[in-house]
Design a protein around this ligand. Structure first.
Ligand code: S3P
Length: 431
């Protein structure tokens, strides 16, 4: 895709539905007692991977191609059956890790695989606790990488201290905990997104959250089906927030954004950097807080980002690095070593992408250092290598910098199939 600098930006954008909530709505309802309807489910490749794998396990999912509504006939906690083929999660880490937890509770054989990117990502972080719970679970390269082979059943609850703040790890252990004998407790170094806790509680699971970092779950007898309307994804609102704040003549209204506090680290970071963001029309949808956001051209200053803010903004940190190029002074992003094990190594891929358009950015083991403002940023050629977040980062960089930017392997269909249309709308001269 070719992106040119936009002279003026005026747009109203309805962001796509939340990816994390969409995955969970399918997985949890597949094991509920009864049927549920999910409205505004995200029709993107990652969520389709979850739906396909669940269907292979016998779940009843009626979700026609291109439809924003999915109907799920829950099979009950013990109603899934062995798939007659390997389960291909393609690019989706959430699919692989959450299903590994779910299938650890099922007494049949499952094999989870994915595309080359996913097969490189770390799986020891779920294999360790699931094995401690009693699952017979093995994986390639010394139990660290997919394919993962699971023979589940006979689980016991554990008290698990995760070394990483990861909602995927937490959710895998909690899903297995639904099937365990005794209580399961998950503690994390900082709170990760809590969609699993919210949804399981709404479905009647015996789950409690003690403080910010400890979740307890007792084995469930049954889950009640949960119909919901999925709120908009703040991770997909992020490109517009950063575009609007960095561009000198911009106003973007972003409608229906999930403002769950475990996801709004970007808003906190942007406000600390001086961004002009207004939150209006606060409401709830699908058990999550939702609001409309208005972002306008802003005078930005550098900041240090680290600690508990990081898991609350983990997928948005590459965009924070771009924003820092338009801010006065130094920005340091630290404590974000998890970036290295995302769809791509996002420390490297962000540094590579932003260097192509003239940024003064250096990678560190756990983040970046950026010096701003960069005068004379320019178009360039960015190969996103199939990482959707880097594809969108490159596109926003292109809309902000003089000259033409070429984005290769942008892969936006993984989480935001309408991204290029929305970018065209935002950049249209008359809009
Ligand atoms: C997700 C959790 C995050 C995030 C990913 C989606 C989820 O990963 O990066 O895009 O839906 O649980 P970690 O929990 O591993 O940090």
């Amino acid at each position: 895709m070719i992106v040119n600098r936009s002279a003026r930006i005026r747009a109203t954008i309805q962001v796509p539905p939340d990816k994390s909530v969409s995955h969970r709505s399918l997985i949890f309802n597949a094991i509920a007692d009864g049927s549920a309807t999910i409205e505004r489910i995200l029709d993107a490749e990652d969520v389709r991977s979850t739906a396909r794998c669940l269907a292979a396990l016998g779940a009843e999912i009626d979700w026609p191609e291109g439809s924003p509504v999915a109907r799920i006939g829950g099979k009950g906690l013990h109603g899934l059956s062995e798939s007659d083929d390997v389960l291909d999660c393609r690019n989706s880490g959430t699919t692989m890790r959450l299903l590994a937890g779910l299938l650890s509770g099922h007494p049949f054989l499952s094999i989870l695989t994915g595309d080359a990117m996913l097969r490189r990502r770390p799986m020891a972080r779920i294999i360790g606790p699931l094995r401690r719970m009693g699952a017979d679970i093995n994986a390639r390269t010394g139990d660290t990488q997919a394919p993962i082979v699971i023979k589940g059943g006979g689980l016991n609850g554990i008290d698990f201290q995760s070394s990483v703040a990861s909602a995927q790890v937490k959710s895998a252990v909690l899903l297995a905990g639904l099937y365990a004998d005794g209580e399961t407790c998950v503690r994390e170094p900082a709170q990760s997104r809590d969609h699993t806790e919210r949804m399981l509680a709404a479905m009647g699971a015996p789950i409690t959250v003690n403080g910010e970092d400890c979740v307890r779950l007792s084995p469930a007898q049954r889950l009640a089906p949960l119909s919901l309307r999925v709120p908009g994804d703040i991770s997909s609102a992020a490109p517009w927030l950063v575009l609007g704040a960095c561009h000198p003549d911009a106003e973007i209204i972003i409608q229906g954004v999930n403002t769950n506090p475990t996801r709004t680290g970007l808003l906190d970071i942007m406000r600390a950097m001086g961004a002009n963001i207004e939150t209006i029309e606060e409401r709830t949808s699908g058990g999550e807080p939702v609001a409309d956001l208005i972002v306008r051209s802003s005078k930005l200053r550098g900041a240090t980002v680290g600690g508990g803010l990081v898991p609350r903004a983990i997928d948005e940190l590459p965009l924070v690095a771009l924003m820092a190029c338009f801010a006065e002074g130094e920005t340091i992003i630290k404590d974000a070593a998890e970036l290295v094990v995302k769809e791509s190594n996002r420390v490297e891929s962000t540094v590579d992408a932003l260097s192509q358009v003239g940024a003064k950015i250096t990678g560190r083991d756990d983040g970046f250092i950026i010096h701003g403002p960069v005068l004379g940023m320019h178009g360039g050629r960015i190969d996103a290598g199939g990482d959707h977040r880097i594809g969108m980062l490159g596109a926003v960089a292109g809309a902000l910098t003089e000259g033409q930017t070429r984005i290769e392997n942008g892969a936006v269909e993984v989480s935001y199939p309408a991204f290029w249309d929305d970018l065209a709308q935002a950049s249209r001269p008359s809009s």
